[in-house]
Design a binder for this molecule. Structure first.
Ligand code: DQA
Length: 141
């Protein structure tokens, strides 16, 4: 199975960024851990701090991947463009967050993407990504 993991703004700062909230793993370490565990799957990754890059990556993933796992970072709470991109492609997306967005500031309680995704997983650190990959594995089986 081919999955595209998309990381939005500031996720390139993982490891250094607010470790009390996001943990000590860098983005590269997080991806390496997932690839080591899920050897049966191709896990491609794109990180961008730019909204339009994420829109383009979603558009280009259609027909090329079986699904998208997206942590859009702060764009989760603001981006109609990313929500529209997810709705415009045939492949399913799962929204993931390292932190529990519902136990944080009010402005993080709203996700523009959630309604366009097959589901949302929030608050389990790297486990949020593992659960998303398992969803795709079982869906396909
Ligand atoms: C995040 C939560 C967002 O609110 C925040 O802006 C992020 C990371 C998470 O993974 O917990 O950048 O998506």
């Amino acid at each position: 199975m081919k999955l595209l993991i998309l990381s939005g703004p500031n996720l390139n700062m993982l490891g250094k960024r607010e470790p009390g909230i996001y943990g000590h793993l860098t983005l590269d370490e997080l991806l390496a851990g997932l690839r080591q565990e899920f050897t049966a799957h191709l896990l491609d990754h794109v990180q961008s701090n730019i909204e339009g890059d994420l829109v383009t990556a979603i558009q280009q993933a259609d027909g090329k991947y079986d699904g998208i796992i997206i942590n859009a970072g702060a764009y989760t709470h603001t981006s109609v463009a990313i929500a529209d991109a997810i709705a415009s492609v045939k492949i399913p997306a799962v929204e993931v967050h390292l932190s529990n967005i519902f136990s944080r500031e009010d402005y993080r309680h709203v996700s523009y993407l959630g309604a366009r995704c097959a589901g949302s997983i929030s608050g389990f650190g790297i486990e949020s990504y593992r659960l998303a990959i398992r969803y795709f594995s079982e869906r396909k089986a």
